[in-house]
Design a protein around this ligand. Structure first.
Ligand SMILES: [Fe+2]
Length: 385
């Protein structure tokens, strides 16, 4: 998050003595990214955060690749992913490359008996269904339908759901996820033409501090393995922190669409960026207002990027037969465009209620075995008239 945030108690000067009421020192931790060059946070703990008691298990959660090289458009029926009790077990990677993974999840239960930390990747968790609270060692965030939760790598978290009916669309990114740089001035402030501003980005305001010793299980993801580690102190023992590296939330409903007289290109929908992919939000908006405009997109050849669209809600103007929870994958190397009839059908329409999340990757995505379980193998022929 490229702006400063402070929560809880911190001393006036960094790296100086900061004492508890009993006179002992709080344990300071600098939590940085990209070596010491990226965003960082300075946090103060009741106990040293280094107290590993045991490493109990190690197992792989690497996705199983079904098709590494391919040129086939796919439709995946995301709501066919079966709900599972456990949050980590419920996460099914459907598309992946060396930069990122696209994951669908339908967890029924909150994380209860463990903490989770992903050291491989930033996680962007889009809440399609469900409400609850993301609890992290740097503070909590309430979430609901339409929220993006940005969890930078290394944040220790648990996730509480209010009900059993939850649907998540998750992007794991090995590259840091930022908001687009072109919407920021040289100080990092969001500019007037940005489709969102600082007020729309929700920072943690509630900090849980547990001063407890015992056995605390943490599942740590590293190199596509989960390591089950036992810590001697409660991982949520921060009394205060400040800096730039912390989780935050942004609602897709707060994205202000940019519209024009003729069809606007996908970058106007951009919400997040990395150097390996972009994330765009397609939200309800007025259509193009040139008298001869065609609201449906033109055919386009994303010759060097794969396009993943996750359909959230509303009516999807350029597609026939897609529903909420579906993913379309339009791979690099071949053109794609509106389905037969969609272009004519769009003419004269003044607005759309569509809601969708798009991920465009610069490297091709591999299709996993989990994807093939929910795949429409005939989708690639759906443009034939
Ligand atoms: Fe496209």
């Amino acid at each position: 998050m490229p702006f400063y945030h402070k929560l809880g108690k911190i001393p006036p000067k960094r790296h100086t003595q900061f004492r508890k009421p009993d006179g002992s020192l709080y344990a300071e931790q600098l939590f940085g990214t990209i070596g010491f060059d990226g965003m960082s946070t300075n946090s103060y703990h009741e106990h040293r955060p280094t107290q590993v008691k045991a490493i109990k298990k190690q197992y792989s959660v690497a996705p199983k690749i079904a098709k590494a090289n391919h040129i086939q458009s796919y439709r995946l029926k995301g709501f066919q992913v079966k709900p599972e009790n456990d949050y980590l077990d419920s996460r099914k990677t459907v598309l992946t490359n060396s930069d990122c993974s696209i994951i669908l999840a339908a967890p029924k239960q909150s994380t209860k008996d463990y903490f989770y930390k992903n050291t491989d990747a930033d996680e962007l968790i889009f809440i399609h269904k469900g409400t609850g609270k993301l609890r992290t060692h740097l503070g909590n965030l309430d979430f609901k339908y339409g929220d993006y939760l940005l969890v930078p790598r290394g944040i220790i978290y648990k996730i509480d759901f209010d009900t059993k009916d939850n649907r998540l669309f998750i992007v794991e990114s090995k590259r840091p996820i930022y908001t687009p740089k072109r919407y920021r001035n040289w100080f990092g402030q969001l500019l007037e033409h940005s489709p969102f501003c600082e007020r729309d980005l929700r920072q943690p305001q509630e900090l849980e501090t547990h001063n407890e010793k015992g056995d605390f299980l943490m599942k740590v993801k590293k190199q596509d393995d989960i390591f089950e580690m036992v810590y001697a102190t409660h991982p949520f023992d921060v009394v205060g922190y400040d800096g730039y590296n912390y989780p935050y939330a942004f609602s897709i409903h707060d994205f202000e669409p940019i519209t024009g007289r003729i069809h606007q290109p996908p970058p106007v929908h951009q919400t997040f960026e990395t150097d390996a992919f972009v994330v765009c939000s397609f939200v309800p908006r007025l259509y193009d207002y040139h008298p001869d405009s065609i609201p449906a997109p033109y055919n386009h050849s994303n010759i060097d990027s794969d396009e993943v669209l996750y359909y959230v809600d509303g009516d999807f103007m350029s597609r026939n037969d897609v529903a909420a929870g579906h993913i379309s994958l339009h791979p690099a190397g071949i053109p794609h465009g509106p389905h037969p009839g969609a272009t004519e059908r769009s003419i004269g329409k003044v607005k759309t209620d569509e809601l969708a999340v798009m991920v465009d990757t610069f490297k091709p995505l591999m299709v996993t075995e989990e994807a093939l379980k929910i795949a429409d193998e005939e989708y690639y022929k759906s443009w034939v008239e």
